[in-house]
Design a protein around this ligand. Structure first.
Ligand code: M6R
Length: 607
């Protein structure tokens, strides 16, 4: 959701803030603003639109060495110049940027209005600036501490005061906040990308922490002002990884990075000699792993689809009952934590609030929750009981692609190790292991078909509805294909089990509604072919993703994308890549902003 940044140091603040906001833009992009302090006054520039629109109205050589910035994903109040952050109190001396939702803002606002405060915006966030202004008596940190004592909801806040130059106060509760420690300069940001161009030394703040920052140093404390010693971490990512590196946009770059990102996820984790996998960081002994009787996976969006694939895997490879559930549903249904169940929270960003809150709820009930995450140092891996980093490198495009295939690989390695500890033979383990090792090169072969897939996307891009159909382990891949298409092209797309269409969705079929079938050469192939024929019999157009050499499918379908053959459990890797490319080229053909689709944001830190 929203991206926030704060800076104090010896550089020109507006330059640093705009650079940081550009990097954070994937978190929200409907409006943006900066506030810079100079000569005991705060100067604010903000507008509806993207960072480039903001940049165009920030005066050249805008002076000042400290300030805050924000890129918004609107929750309260329409998208316009006024509702853009930063927000100030009535005196104009306090300015804040906020990420999260203040649930009791209306009550607080009513009270402040009765006391004479005039509000200029429809946002929940403005109330924070007014409260801080009310409590301010010469010490900004003290005023922030008192103000947040009244807030209910989630927040990452950065605040400055005109009378205290080169000082900023940050507070975190439910929305991420990271401190960047530079030479004679300090940063606050929603994530490390905001400050990576300047420093790789960071401090991750936890919920319930306040940080008092000046250009000389920082002090971290809890809400009762007890000092908290924090460790400084080093970020491994390179700046080049968060740049487009010659690609027209991040989504294409990330799709084409997959052979490498899948390889990185496997690296050092496959044991050819014993035909098994090893994942460090699980914090579980072999005995504890053997005692696992059930695997439960919680996640949202694309990560949920990876979790669904994983549940098939756990059952078919390791014969352990497994299920995946939407994290947003888990939290509020008072989940039952069974003995010897092992939970996984899957999240690319490691910050998705639905997943984080569900994880905390499960932990409160005694569950052991492992994280499968990409962003190192993010909240879910920090709070989980162990876990695995998928090492995809930064994923910037809103549509998740390379994280999905690496999440899958992490689960395949885990399932293989669990299976080999139980009743999977060395030979079967080896077959799977060989198949897994071949995946990156096979993904390269799928990517080589990009021109054919682009032509296909252009052929069908005028369709208003689409069905994505798969079965078994490829059913979640069909859901993922539909999600990719709808989120970046805005074409209505539904994913179904191919067997389900006769129970309702087939009523949608006509010449204008194409169906994209996933047809691996597995034991359900014949059934899926029958479903294809049912669509053809009703004049529906059929696109198939089938295995090289499958002429029967090629003859039935109107168009076919062929993928290399693999072990039947490994098809999700090869099936999803054409769907990512199909969605990508469809969106491009329709002139969509593929990296920043409408109404969305990359890291969903509100409920
Ligand atoms: O960071 P997470 O993996 O927890 O994010 C979960 C979803 O918000 C995310 O996968 C979303 O659905 C993507 N936009 C899908 O492409």
């Amino acid at each position: 959701m929203c991206g926030i940044i704060g800076y104090c140091g010896d550089k020109n603040a507006s330059t640093v803030l705009l650079e940081g906001l550009k990097r954070l833009e994937y978190r929200g992009y409907d409006s943006a603003g900066i506030c810079v302090g100079i000569d005991k006054a705060l100067k604010i520039v903000k507008c509806k639109g993207k960072i480039k629109d903001l940049k165009a109205i920030v005066p050249e050589n805008f002076p000042g060495n400290y300030g805050i910035g924000h890129t918004r994903w609107a929750t309260h109040g329409e998208v316009n110049d006024v509702n853009a952050h930063p927000h100030t109190d009535g005196s104009g001396k306090v300015a804040i940027v906020h990420n999260g939702i203040i649930e009791n803002f209306q009550t607080l606002k009513n009270k402040l209005q009765r006391e004479g405060h005039e509000f200029r915006t429809e946002t929940d966030s403005e109330v924070i600036a007014h409260l801080i202004g009310t409590f301010y008596q010469g010490d900004l940190e003290k005023a922030v501490r008192e103000a947040i004592g009244l807030l209910k909801g989630t927040y990452g806040i950065v605040c400055v005061h005109a009378d205290e130059p080169n000082r900023m106060i940050g507070a975190r509760n439910g929305s991420p906040l990271v401190l960047g420690v530079g030479e004679h300069e300090m940063f606050l940001g929603s994530d490390v990308t905001a400050m990576m161009a300047y420093t790789k030394q960071v401090v991750y703040l936890e919920d319930g922490e306040i940080v008092d920052v000046t250009d000389k140093g920082f002090r971290t404390s809890d809400y009762d002002d007890r000092e908290i010693a924090k460790e400084i971490d080093h970020i491994d990512w390179e700046l080049q990884q968060i740049e487009k590196d010659g690609f027209p946009n991040f989504m294409e770059k990330e799709i084409f990075e997959q052979p490498e990102s899948i390889r990185r996820c496997m690296s050092g984790r496959l044991d050819t000699e014993l035909a098994t996998g090893h994942l460090g960081g699980l914090n579980l002994s072999s005995k504890e792993l053997l005692e696992v009787e059930r695997v439960k996976i919680i996640a949202a969006g694309t990560s949920y689809h990876a979790g669904m694939v994983a549940s098939y895997l756990m059952e078919s490879m390791a014969r352990i009952p497994a299920s995946a559930e939407l994290a947003s549903e888990v939290r509020y249904r008072n989940p039952i934590v069974e003995r010897n169940s092992l939970y996984f929270a899957v999240s690319q960003s490691g910050e998705t609030i639905d997943t984080l809150f569900a994880m905390r709820e499960l932990q409160r009930k005694g569950a052991r929750v492992l994280g499968i995450c990409n962003v190192v140092g993010s909240t879910i891996p920090r709070e989980s009981d162990g876990g695995v980093y998928i090492h995809s490198g930064p994923e910037i495009a809103v549509a998740s692609t390379k994280a999905f295939t690496s999440q899958l690989m992490a689960f395949y390695i885990f399932a293989l190790s669990m299976a080999r500890m139980r009743d999977m033979s060395y030979e079967t383990g080896h077959t799977l292991l060989d198949g897994m090792k071949a995946i990156p090169d096979q993904v390269v072969r799928v990517l080589e078909q990009k021109n054919a897939i682009r032509d296909l996307a252009m052929k069908y891009s005028s369709s208003e509805n689409f069905l994505f159909l798969g079965r078994g382990i490829n059913y979640p891949v069909a859901l993922e294909g539909a999600l990719k298409l709808k989120e970046i092209s805005y074409i209505h797309a539904e994913g179904y089990s191919a067997a389900e269409i006769k129970h309702g969705p087939i009523a949608l079929i006509n010449e204008q509604t194409p169906s994209l079938f996933l047809v691996p050469d597995d034991r359900l192939r014949e059934k899926v072919i029958s479903n294809m024929k049912e669509i053809k019999a009703r004049q529906g157009k059929v696109i198939a993703v089938a295995v090289e050499g499958d002429e029967e499918v090629g003859d039935i379908a109107d168009d076919t994308i062929f993928i290399p053959s693999t072990h039947e459990l490994l098809y999700p890797f090869l099936m999803v890549v054409p769907l990512q490319l199909f969605a990508y080229y469809t969106a491009l053909d329709l002139g969509r902003n593929v990296d920043q689709p409408r109404n969305l944001a990359k890291s969903v830190t509100v409920e």
